[in-house]
Design a protein around this ligand. Structure first.
Ligand code: S3P
Ligand code: PEP
Length: 430
């Protein structure tokens, strides 16, 4: 196994032009593929999760031209649902990309064809049953090829008819996102009612915004994310050009590094008007004592005396992992609550974060849906296992700001969303 020894970083300083947002890249690719007209996507993310979506679109008969640096993609929209009936069963390998598996699962039900949706072993442990149950209410034909409620799946595309649907929102917002994006192409109108407490709400804002950018309005009844009405029989309209915002979750590592390490870092490609909920990571970091400056197209962080916070981070589940490591540098006990679904992401993140934080000396309480981290008097050198989880590799790089080195096992796992993360970190490290 490859290992990366990160030597102590004395201070960080500089500017990082963020890679494109994973959430927006995969949504934009799918909607551009379904839309009528041609879309030029710029600042597309080049990473494993996006490659899986692109490969799937190729197999589904979508024409696109990717630039040499893979950051620009011109997509010729189909102007209709996928139709691959004459090709027989098509196998789509979607790695561990939730933003490919869940939205494609719904979109493939809309058209005509037979599909096997598969992925990495971890994908077979990540639930999808709530989405499948909802799609079945709208007439979909989806079966489980291994374990009930988990991929791999077999889909027979027969169209979605719409109607009144319930979706359990308590495990992943991606189920609602997937249904919302397909609903306009159902034959009839759809009303979606959420049951259970909807998690990761800000990702639904991203979904509604990008649907609007592609010409479709959703009635979010009462603005409460509880009930949605979508007209059927619609076609997405290509917006011409679509600029993908920088990735706000990827920004969290650099902003935290500046808050901990001194100097200042400006991340560009996101700002105060960004649609991504993970920009609220900067508020959490500010609450810990960091100095934050907001621009239209940047966020800048600089060092502050960090103190512990106690915060519900259900709205920023991905960036919250960065707070858990920043807690190593904060006075007191940091408590991150309402993050049960950390357990069903790339790995069981509550267990993994607790285990790895203890290795560097922290005192940790791992709860059913929370984690408490108390900074050690002295951070210890450790080999950090990354569990094939890009975010564990990235957030534990911050340990190097302690004056103690840190070893990251399997550093290449950052390829899921940020292949050149460690090079970018080195470029602002002194
Ligand atoms: O819709 C999205 O783009 C995402 C939603 C979140 O997942 P959950 O809704 O499962 O929490 C987030 O963790 C994931 O990285 C991306
Ligand atoms: C949870 C994540 O990914 P996915 O889109 O596969 O759910 C993540 O990137 O932290």
């Amino acid at each position: 196994m490859e290992q990366l020894l990160l030597n102590p970083i004395k201070k960080v300083d500089g500017e990082i032009n963020l890679p494109g947002s994973k959430s927006l890249s995969n949504r934009a690719l799918l909607l551009a593929a379904l839309a009528s007209g041609t879309t030029t996507l710029t600042n597309l993310l080049d990473s494993d999760d996006i490659r899986h979506m692109l490969n799937a679109l190729t197999k589904l008969g979508v024409n696109y031209q990717l630039s040499a640096d893979k950051k620009q993609c011109v997509v010729e929209g189909l102007g209709r649902a996928f139709n691959t009936q004459e090709l027989g069963d098509i196998e789509l390998f979607l790695g561990n990309a939730g933003t490919a598996m869940r939205p494609l699962c719904a979109a493939l039900c809309l058209g005509q064809g037979e599909y096997t949706l598969t992925g990495e072993p971890r994908m077979f442990e990540r639930p999808i049953g709530s989405l499948v149950d909802s799609l079945k209410q709208a007439g979909a034909d989806v079966t489980y090829l291994k374990n009930e409620n988990y991929p791999p799946l077999k889909i027979k595309g027969t169209g979605l008819k719409g109607g009144t649907i319930t979706i359990d929102g308590s495990v992943s917002s991606q189920f609602l996102t997937a249904f919302l994006m397909s609903a306009p192409m159902s034959s009839e109108d759809t009303t979606i009612n959420i049951v259970g407490e909807l998690v990761s709400k800000p990702y639904i804002k991203i979904t509604l915004q990008i649907m609007q950018d592609f010409g479709v309005e959703v009635d979010n009844v009462g603005g409460e994310y509880q009930s949605f009405v979508i007209k059927g029989g619609q076609t997405y309209q290509a917006p011409g050009n679509y600029l993908v915002e920088g990735d706000a979750s990827s920004a969290s590592y650099f902003l935290a590094a500046a808050a901990i390490g001194g100097g200042s870092i400006k991340v560009t490609g996101i700002g105060k008007k960004s649609v991504q909920g993970d920009i609220q990571f900067a508020d959490a970091l500010e609450a810990m004592g960091a100095n934050i400056e907001w621009g239209d197209d940047y966020i800048k962080a600089s060092k502050g005396e960090l103190k512990a916070i106690d915060m519900d981070m259900n709205h920023i589940p991905d960036a919250a992992m960065t707070i858990a490591v920043a807690a190593l540098f904060a006075e007191g006990t940091t408590k991150i609550t309402n993050v049960y679904n950390w357990r069903v992401k790339e790995t069981d993140r509550l267990y993994a974060m607790a285990t790895e934080l203890r290795k560097v000396g922290a005192e940790v309480v791992e709860g059913h849906d929370f984690i408490e981290v108390t900074a050690p008097a002295q951070i210890k050198h450790a080999e950090i296992d990354t569990y094939d989880d890009h975010r564990i590799a990235m957030c534990f790089s911050l340990v190097a700001l302690s004056g103690t080195p840190v070893t990251i096992n399997d550093p290449k796992c950052t390829s899921k969303t940020f292949p050149d993360y460690f090079e970018k970190l080195a470029s602002v490290s002194f």
